[in-house]
Design a protein around this ligand. Structure first.
Ligand code: ACO
Length: 330
């Protein structure tokens, strides 16, 4: 199929409410110093009552559509990547389509914190295969609703937010998605997840009493695998694009831990000045983290037309995904 898909609009939505490290010091045995040194996080956003994954996704999607200079009727497909859906059935995209006032196809995509890269690749492929006018891809999360407020190993990390982009057709040699790499090592399902509430272990009073509705994570092991997964995945994606780290103008990594970002960037030969980091203000927002960081970089004029933008994420599964994009409108 001819042509590629380009990013022609972007938008974000984050709750007003902030949870600072000082707030966390009141809840669990931790310190601002420990959190900043080990993670780089200073505060995260927390959804207020009534704010949900879909409400944040609708706000981000509306902003992206406006920024693209189109109307919702010009969207032919809506994909929402999330690990914290609106409810188990129906999928979050249904609520988002309703909020946007559209009746096009929509589905959710689950690939943990790699979700945005997965939906960028999927949305681009469907756009070109189906001759679609525009595809809206959104990463949206309310992780505050699945974090155990007493678990200092996880409650310091996660936050809420949403961000999305509008994809439109571009030419074979125009801006857009140049190359990508996706992967999953399902032998690592036990390292990070929510044990109950699914078909494997339906929620019961006992599972709830045991706190199994909350995220459980083996942090150190995830850390080690994350650095390796990002470095290897990025290398594969760059090789497919005929590039090396030296060709990357902006690296937009998943914001999970500042030390993971630093370690991966160093191994890829990408300097800190070309790496987008906003984890200090938002923590880990899973599928929303890459588009949130990318949108901020775009809004502050850092992503110039023609720039090579490299995204890479990893997450529960464990999944990973990297995408090389040439920035700009067709
Ligand atoms: N405050 C103070 N002390 C703490 C805290 C805390 N919040 N958390 C742990 N500690 C203690 C531990 O108990 C341990 O103490 P000990 O030595 O007396 O046993 C010590 O600090 C060191 O603990 P580690 O777990 O080794 O700390 P580490 O440096 O690995 O940092 C962290 C922990 C931040 C969780 C880190 O491992 C990490 O970021 N891992 C990756 C997590 C990640 O990226 N997850 C997202 C994946 S994406 C997705 O799909 C959701």
């Amino acid at each position: 199929m001819a042509g590629r898909a380009a990013i022609v609009g972007w938008g974000t939505a984050v709750p007003e409410q902030r949870l600072t490290n000082a707030d966390l010091e009141q809840r669990v045995e931790t310190s601002d110093e420990w959190i900043v040194e080990r993670t780089g996080i200073r505060e995260r956003r927390y959804a207020a009552d009534g704010e949900t994954t879909a409400s944040l996704a609708i706000e981000a999607g509306t902003a992206a559509i406006k920024q693209a200079g189109i109307t919702p009727e010009e969207i032919d497909l809506v994909i929402v990547a999330t690990a914290t859906p609106e409810q188990p059935i129906p999928h979050t995209g249904a609520f988002v389509c309703d909020g946007l006032g559209v009746h096009c196809g929509s589905f959710d995509l689950g690939a943990g914190c790699a979700g945005f890269v997965y939906e960028l690749v999927t949305g681009s492929a469907l756009l070109t295969a189906g001759n679609l006018r525009h595809v809206l891809v959104i990463g949206a999360e309310t992780l505050s609703r699945v974090v155990d407020p007493r678990d200092r190993g996880t409650c310091i990390l996660f936050g809420d937010g949403a961000a999305g982009v509008v994809l439109a057709p571009s030419t074979d040699d125009g801006p857009g998605l140049l190359a990508w790499d996706l992967g999953c090592d399902g032998s690592a399902t036990g390292l990070l997840g929510i044990p109950s509430g699914g078909s494997r272990r339906p929620a019961t009073p006992e599972t709830i009493a045991a706190g199994e509705q909350y995220i459980k994570m083996q942090g150190q092991e995830v850390f080690k695998r994350a650095v390796r997964a990002v470095v290897e995945s990025v290398k594969r994606a760059l090789a497919l694009a005929g590039m090396t780290g030296a060709d990357v103008d902006w690296f937009v990594p998943h914001q999970a831990n500042a030390r993971i970002i630093e370690a991966a960037a160093a191994r890829l030969g990408i300097p800190a000045e070309r790496t987008i980091v906003n984890i200090d203000r938002f923590g880990n927002t899973s599928a929303a983290s890459i588009p949130l960081a990318m949108a901020e970089a775009a809004d502050t004029g850092r992503l110039e037309d023609g720039a090579v933008v490299l995204m890479s994420g990893f997450g529960a599964g464990m999944t990973w995904g990297s995408a090389v994009v040439r920035w700009g409108r067709p």
